[in-house]
Design a binder for this molecule. Sequence first.
Ligand SMILES: CC(C)(COP(=O)(O)OP(=O)(O)OC[C@H]1O[C@@H](n2cnc3c(N)ncnc32)[C@H](O)[C@@H]1OP(=O)(O)O)[C@@H](O)C(=O)NCCC(=O)NCCS
Length: 286
Amino acid sequence: MEGALVRKATAEDRKEVLSFCVGTFDWGDYIDEVYDFWLGAPDSLFLVAETAGKPVGIVHARQMRHGVAWLEGLRVSPAHRREGVGTALTAKAMEMLSEGGIKTLRLLVESNNEASMALAFGLGFREEATWAFYHGRKPREMPSHGPHWVTPASASNVWSRLDSSDLFNQACRSYENDWAIYPLESDDFSELVKGRMVATMGEGKEAALAVVHYGRTEGRDAKACFLLGDRPAVKELAAFVISKAARSGARRLHVSCPNHAGTTEGLKASGFRPGFRTSLVYRRNL
Ligand SMILES: CC(C)(COP(=O)(O)OP(=O)(O)OC[C@H]1O[C@@H](n2cnc3c(N)ncnc32)[C@H](O)[C@@H]1OP(=O)(O)O)[C@@H](O)C(=O)NCCC(=O)NCCS
Protein backbone atom coordinates (compact mmCIF):
# COMPACT_ATOMS: atom_id res chain seq x y z
CA MET A 1 0.00 0.00 0.00
CA GLU A 2 1.25 3.45 -0.89
CA GLY A 3 2.04 5.49 2.17
CA ALA A 4 1.36 2.99 4.99
CA LEU A 5 3.13 4.47 7.99
CA VAL A 6 5.06 2.01 10.13
CA ARG A 7 5.78 3.15 13.70
CA LYS A 8 6.14 1.77 17.22
CA ALA A 9 2.98 0.29 18.74
CA THR A 10 1.33 2.03 21.70
CA ALA A 11 -1.22 1.15 24.37
CA GLU A 12 -3.76 3.32 22.48
CA ASP A 13 -3.52 1.01 19.43
CA ARG A 14 -4.60 -2.00 21.47
CA LYS A 15 -8.34 -1.94 20.82
CA GLU A 16 -8.09 -1.40 17.06
CA VAL A 17 -5.29 -3.97 16.67
CA LEU A 18 -7.14 -6.64 18.63
CA SER A 19 -10.22 -6.08 16.47
CA PHE A 20 -8.38 -7.64 13.50
CA CYS A 21 -6.36 -10.23 15.47
CA VAL A 22 -9.29 -12.53 16.20
CA GLY A 23 -9.70 -16.02 14.73
CA THR A 24 -6.69 -15.48 12.48
CA PHE A 25 -5.88 -19.20 12.36
CA ASP A 26 -8.05 -22.31 12.72
CA TRP A 27 -6.90 -22.46 16.36
CA GLY A 28 -7.60 -18.75 17.02
CA ASP A 29 -4.96 -16.14 17.84
CA TYR A 30 -2.81 -15.13 20.81
CA ILE A 31 -2.11 -11.41 20.26
CA ASP A 32 -4.55 -10.37 23.03
CA GLU A 33 -2.48 -12.42 25.52
CA VAL A 34 0.87 -10.86 24.58
CA TYR A 35 0.01 -7.30 23.53
CA ASP A 36 0.82 -5.62 26.85
CA PHE A 37 3.87 -7.81 27.42
CA TRP A 38 5.26 -6.94 23.97
CA LEU A 39 4.76 -3.23 24.66
CA GLY A 40 6.89 -3.36 27.81
CA ALA A 41 9.32 -6.25 27.34
CA PRO A 42 13.01 -5.43 27.15
CA ASP A 43 14.61 -6.24 23.78
CA SER A 44 11.18 -6.03 22.19
CA LEU A 45 10.42 -4.23 18.93
CA PHE A 46 6.66 -3.89 18.43
CA LEU A 47 5.53 -2.09 15.27
CA VAL A 48 2.17 -0.98 13.91
CA ALA A 49 1.31 -0.04 10.32
CA GLU A 50 -1.35 2.60 10.03
CA THR A 51 -3.30 3.98 7.15
CA ALA A 52 -5.68 6.96 7.37
CA GLY A 53 -4.67 7.20 11.03
CA LYS A 54 -5.86 3.68 11.87
CA PRO A 55 -3.76 0.61 12.72
CA VAL A 56 -4.04 -2.04 9.98
CA GLY A 57 -1.13 -4.34 10.77
CA ILE A 58 1.44 -5.33 13.38
CA VAL A 59 4.70 -7.22 13.76
CA HIS A 60 6.88 -8.00 16.78
CA ALA A 61 10.56 -8.88 17.11
CA ARG A 62 12.47 -10.31 20.06
CA GLN A 63 16.12 -9.31 20.11
CA MET A 64 18.19 -12.22 21.33
CA ARG A 65 21.88 -12.83 22.00
CA HIS A 66 24.63 -13.31 19.40
CA GLY A 67 23.13 -10.75 17.01
CA VAL A 68 20.02 -12.84 16.40
CA ALA A 69 16.40 -11.68 16.41
CA TRP A 70 13.08 -13.46 16.09
CA LEU A 71 10.15 -12.08 14.10
CA GLU A 72 6.61 -13.04 15.13
CA GLY A 73 3.01 -11.86 15.27
CA LEU A 74 2.80 -10.50 11.73
CA ARG A 75 -0.87 -9.64 11.22
CA VAL A 76 -2.60 -7.54 8.60
CA SER A 77 -6.26 -6.64 8.85
CA PRO A 78 -8.22 -8.79 6.35
CA ALA A 79 -9.58 -5.54 4.87
CA HIS A 80 -6.03 -4.42 3.96
CA ARG A 81 -4.31 -7.57 2.77
CA ARG A 82 -2.43 -7.69 -0.51
CA GLU A 83 -1.69 -3.97 -0.28
CA GLY A 84 1.94 -4.38 0.77
CA VAL A 85 1.33 -3.76 4.49
CA GLY A 86 2.90 -7.06 5.64
CA THR A 87 5.94 -6.39 3.46
CA ALA A 88 6.25 -2.82 4.76
CA LEU A 89 6.09 -3.99 8.39
CA THR A 90 8.66 -6.74 7.88
CA ALA A 91 10.98 -4.49 5.87
CA LYS A 92 10.83 -1.78 8.56
CA ALA A 93 11.54 -4.32 11.30
CA MET A 94 14.53 -5.59 9.29
CA GLU A 95 15.85 -2.05 8.87
CA MET A 96 15.48 -1.15 12.56
CA LEU A 97 16.93 -4.44 13.78
CA SER A 98 19.88 -4.12 11.43
CA GLU A 99 20.55 -0.58 12.71
CA GLY A 100 20.47 -2.02 16.22
CA GLY A 101 23.23 -4.52 15.37
CA ILE A 102 21.14 -7.59 14.56
CA LYS A 103 22.79 -9.78 11.93
CA THR A 104 20.44 -12.77 11.70
CA LEU A 105 16.67 -12.74 11.63
CA ARG A 106 14.47 -15.83 11.90
CA LEU A 107 10.77 -16.55 11.85
CA LEU A 108 8.47 -19.55 11.89
CA VAL A 109 5.90 -20.32 9.21
CA GLU A 110 3.36 -23.13 9.18
CA SER A 111 3.90 -25.22 6.06
CA ASN A 112 0.36 -24.43 4.79
CA ASN A 113 0.71 -20.64 5.14
CA GLU A 114 1.29 -19.80 1.48
CA ALA A 115 0.86 -16.04 1.99
CA SER A 116 3.44 -15.85 4.75
CA MET A 117 5.92 -18.09 2.95
CA ALA A 118 5.65 -16.00 -0.23
CA LEU A 119 6.05 -12.77 1.72
CA ALA A 120 9.14 -14.02 3.55
CA PHE A 121 10.65 -15.46 0.37
CA GLY A 122 10.08 -12.17 -1.42
CA LEU A 123 12.09 -10.38 1.26
CA GLY A 124 15.02 -12.76 0.95
CA PHE A 125 14.26 -15.23 3.76
CA ARG A 126 15.12 -18.86 3.02
CA GLU A 127 14.07 -22.07 4.74
CA GLU A 128 16.68 -23.17 7.27
CA ALA A 129 15.14 -25.97 9.34
CA THR A 130 11.92 -27.80 10.14
CA TRP A 131 10.58 -27.94 13.66
CA ALA A 132 7.94 -30.20 15.22
CA PHE A 133 5.55 -29.00 17.95
CA TYR A 134 3.26 -31.16 20.07
CA HIS A 135 0.06 -30.61 21.98
CA GLY A 136 0.72 -30.03 25.66
CA ARG A 137 0.00 -32.87 28.06
CA LYS A 138 -0.73 -33.02 31.74
CA PRO A 139 2.46 -34.02 33.56
CA ARG A 140 2.50 -36.97 35.98
CA GLU A 141 5.00 -39.00 37.94
CA MET A 142 6.65 -41.65 35.73
CA PRO A 143 9.58 -44.01 36.37
CA SER A 144 12.75 -43.34 34.36
CA HIS A 145 16.18 -44.96 34.45
CA GLY A 146 19.31 -43.06 33.57
CA PRO A 147 18.31 -39.46 32.76
CA HIS A 148 19.84 -36.71 34.89
CA TRP A 149 20.44 -32.97 34.92
CA VAL A 150 23.67 -31.85 33.32
CA THR A 151 25.88 -30.36 36.04
CA PRO A 152 28.53 -27.64 35.69
CA ALA A 153 31.16 -30.41 36.08
CA SER A 154 29.90 -32.35 33.06
CA ALA A 155 28.75 -29.34 31.01
CA SER A 156 31.76 -29.02 28.73
CA ASN A 157 31.65 -32.72 27.70
CA VAL A 158 27.95 -32.54 27.01
CA TRP A 159 28.37 -29.27 25.13
CA SER A 160 31.07 -30.83 22.89
CA ARG A 161 28.68 -33.62 22.00
CA LEU A 162 25.92 -31.17 21.12
CA ASP A 163 28.25 -28.73 19.36
CA SER A 164 29.51 -31.47 17.02
CA SER A 165 26.14 -33.08 16.37
CA ASP A 166 24.85 -32.90 12.78
CA LEU A 167 21.29 -32.65 14.01
CA PHE A 168 22.03 -29.61 16.18
CA ASN A 169 23.99 -27.90 13.40
CA GLN A 170 21.25 -28.55 10.84
CA ALA A 171 18.63 -27.23 13.29
CA CYS A 172 20.06 -23.67 13.46
CA ARG A 173 22.24 -24.38 16.58
CA SER A 174 19.21 -23.26 18.56
CA TYR A 175 16.51 -24.36 20.97
CA GLU A 176 12.85 -23.46 21.16
CA ASN A 177 11.17 -21.80 24.12
CA ASP A 178 7.85 -19.99 24.17
CA TRP A 179 7.39 -20.38 20.40
CA ALA A 180 10.69 -18.77 19.50
CA ILE A 181 13.96 -20.32 18.34
CA TYR A 182 16.83 -19.03 20.50
CA PRO A 183 20.49 -19.32 19.53
CA LEU A 184 22.37 -21.75 21.74
CA GLU A 185 26.11 -21.22 22.07
CA SER A 186 28.45 -22.44 24.81
CA ASP A 187 27.84 -19.44 27.11
CA ASP A 188 24.05 -19.87 26.84
CA PHE A 189 24.49 -23.58 27.48
CA SER A 190 26.54 -22.92 30.65
CA GLU A 191 23.81 -20.61 31.96
CA LEU A 192 21.09 -23.15 31.27
CA VAL A 193 23.16 -25.81 33.02
CA LYS A 194 23.65 -23.54 36.05
CA GLY A 195 19.88 -23.06 36.14
CA ARG A 196 19.40 -26.87 36.10
CA MET A 197 17.58 -26.69 32.80
CA VAL A 198 19.46 -29.21 30.68
CA ALA A 199 18.55 -32.89 31.04
CA THR A 200 20.41 -35.70 29.33
CA MET A 201 20.41 -39.45 28.95
CA GLY A 202 22.94 -41.90 27.52
CA GLU A 203 26.31 -41.48 25.86
CA GLY A 204 27.76 -40.73 22.42
CA LYS A 205 25.43 -41.38 19.50
CA GLU A 206 22.88 -42.92 21.88
CA ALA A 207 22.50 -39.70 23.89
CA ALA A 208 19.35 -37.63 24.21
CA LEU A 209 19.26 -34.05 25.46
CA ALA A 210 16.50 -31.59 26.32
CA VAL A 211 16.39 -27.94 27.42
CA VAL A 212 13.64 -27.58 29.99
CA HIS A 213 11.78 -24.49 31.23
CA TYR A 214 9.49 -25.09 34.16
CA GLY A 215 7.98 -21.64 34.06
CA ARG A 216 8.96 -21.10 37.69
CA THR A 217 9.42 -17.39 37.16
CA GLU A 218 6.63 -16.66 34.69
CA GLY A 219 4.07 -18.96 36.27
CA ARG A 220 3.54 -20.53 32.87
CA ASP A 221 3.27 -24.10 31.67
CA ALA A 222 6.44 -26.17 31.44
CA LYS A 223 8.30 -26.43 28.10
CA ALA A 224 10.93 -28.88 26.92
CA CYS A 225 12.87 -28.80 23.69
CA PHE A 226 14.47 -32.11 22.71
CA LEU A 227 17.65 -31.45 20.73
CA LEU A 228 19.31 -34.86 20.49
CA GLY A 229 18.34 -38.47 20.61
CA ASP A 230 16.62 -41.42 19.00
CA ARG A 231 13.43 -43.13 20.08
CA PRO A 232 14.52 -45.19 23.14
CA ALA A 233 16.65 -42.49 24.78
CA VAL A 234 14.12 -39.75 24.02
CA LYS A 235 11.34 -41.87 25.51
CA GLU A 236 13.35 -42.41 28.70
CA LEU A 237 14.34 -38.75 28.90
CA ALA A 238 10.75 -37.66 28.27
CA ALA A 239 9.60 -39.72 31.27
CA PHE A 240 12.15 -37.85 33.43
CA VAL A 241 11.05 -34.45 32.11
CA ILE A 242 7.35 -35.29 32.51
CA SER A 243 7.92 -36.32 36.17
CA LYS A 244 9.96 -33.22 36.93
CA ALA A 245 7.23 -31.07 35.37
CA ALA A 246 4.64 -32.80 37.59
CA ARG A 247 6.79 -32.14 40.67
CA SER A 248 7.24 -28.47 39.70
CA GLY A 249 3.45 -28.05 39.76
CA ALA A 250 3.15 -27.27 36.02
CA ARG A 251 -0.37 -27.77 34.69
CA ARG A 252 0.79 -28.76 31.24
CA LEU A 253 4.03 -29.69 29.52
CA HIS A 254 4.67 -28.56 25.93
CA VAL A 255 7.43 -30.13 23.87
CA SER A 256 9.10 -29.45 20.54
CA CYS A 257 12.11 -30.70 18.61
CA PRO A 258 13.91 -30.32 15.29
CA ASN A 259 11.95 -32.52 12.91
CA HIS A 260 14.19 -35.59 13.15
CA ALA A 261 12.52 -39.00 12.85
CA GLY A 262 14.21 -40.60 15.90
CA THR A 263 13.30 -37.73 18.20
CA THR A 264 9.74 -37.34 16.93
CA GLU A 265 9.19 -41.11 17.28
CA GLY A 266 10.41 -40.95 20.90
CA LEU A 267 8.05 -38.08 21.72
CA LYS A 268 5.08 -39.80 20.10
CA ALA A 269 5.93 -42.99 22.03
CA SER A 270 5.83 -40.85 25.20
CA GLY A 271 2.24 -39.86 24.53
CA PHE A 272 2.76 -36.46 22.87
CA ARG A 273 0.35 -35.79 20.02
CA PRO A 274 1.79 -33.88 17.05
CA GLY A 275 0.27 -30.41 17.04
CA PHE A 276 -0.19 -27.98 14.16
CA ARG A 277 1.46 -28.56 10.82
CA THR A 278 5.12 -28.79 10.12
CA SER A 279 6.74 -25.54 11.15
CA LEU A 280 9.41 -24.11 8.91
CA VAL A 281 12.14 -21.87 10.27
CA TYR A 282 13.07 -19.16 7.77
CA ARG A 283 16.25 -17.17 8.07
CA ARG A 284 17.67 -14.02 6.57
CA ASN A 285 21.03 -12.40 7.21
CA LEU A 286 20.76 -8.65 7.66
C1 LIG B 1 0.53 -13.14 5.76
C2 LIG B 1 0.03 -11.69 5.81
C3 LIG B 1 0.70 -11.00 6.97
C4 LIG B 1 0.42 -11.01 4.50
O1 LIG B 1 0.18 -9.62 4.64
P1 LIG B 1 -0.12 -8.70 3.37
O2 LIG B 1 -0.06 -7.28 3.80
O3 LIG B 1 -1.38 -9.15 2.71
O4 LIG B 1 1.12 -9.06 2.44
P2 LIG B 1 1.70 -8.17 1.23
O5 LIG B 1 0.58 -7.39 0.59
O6 LIG B 1 2.85 -7.40 1.70
O7 LIG B 1 2.14 -9.31 0.23
C5 LIG B 1 3.48 -9.51 -0.14
C6 LIG B 1 3.59 -10.74 -1.01
O8 LIG B 1 3.27 -11.90 -0.21
C7 LIG B 1 2.56 -12.85 -1.06
N1 LIG B 1 1.18 -13.02 -0.59
C8 LIG B 1 0.51 -12.25 0.30
N2 LIG B 1 -0.71 -12.74 0.48
C9 LIG B 1 -0.82 -13.84 -0.28
C10 LIG B 1 -1.83 -14.81 -0.48
N3 LIG B 1 -3.00 -14.72 0.14
N4 LIG B 1 -1.58 -15.83 -1.31
C11 LIG B 1 -0.40 -15.95 -1.93
N5 LIG B 1 0.62 -15.05 -1.79
C12 LIG B 1 0.40 -14.03 -0.96
C13 LIG B 1 2.57 -12.27 -2.45
O9 LIG B 1 3.74 -12.71 -3.08
C14 LIG B 1 2.61 -10.79 -2.16
O10 LIG B 1 3.12 -10.02 -3.21
P3 LIG B 1 2.10 -9.54 -4.38
O11 LIG B 1 0.88 -9.01 -3.73
O12 LIG B 1 2.90 -8.51 -5.10
O13 LIG B 1 1.82 -10.76 -5.21
C15 LIG B 1 -1.51 -11.64 5.95
O14 LIG B 1 -2.09 -12.47 4.96
C16 LIG B 1 -2.02 -12.06 7.30
O15 LIG B 1 -2.16 -11.25 8.22
N6 LIG B 1 -2.31 -13.38 7.44
C17 LIG B 1 -2.78 -13.92 8.69
C18 LIG B 1 -1.70 -13.97 9.73
C19 LIG B 1 -0.46 -14.71 9.30
O16 LIG B 1 -0.51 -15.72 8.61
N7 LIG B 1 0.68 -14.18 9.74
C20 LIG B 1 1.97 -14.76 9.50
C21 LIG B 1 2.27 -15.73 10.56
S1 LIG B 1 3.84 -16.47 10.26
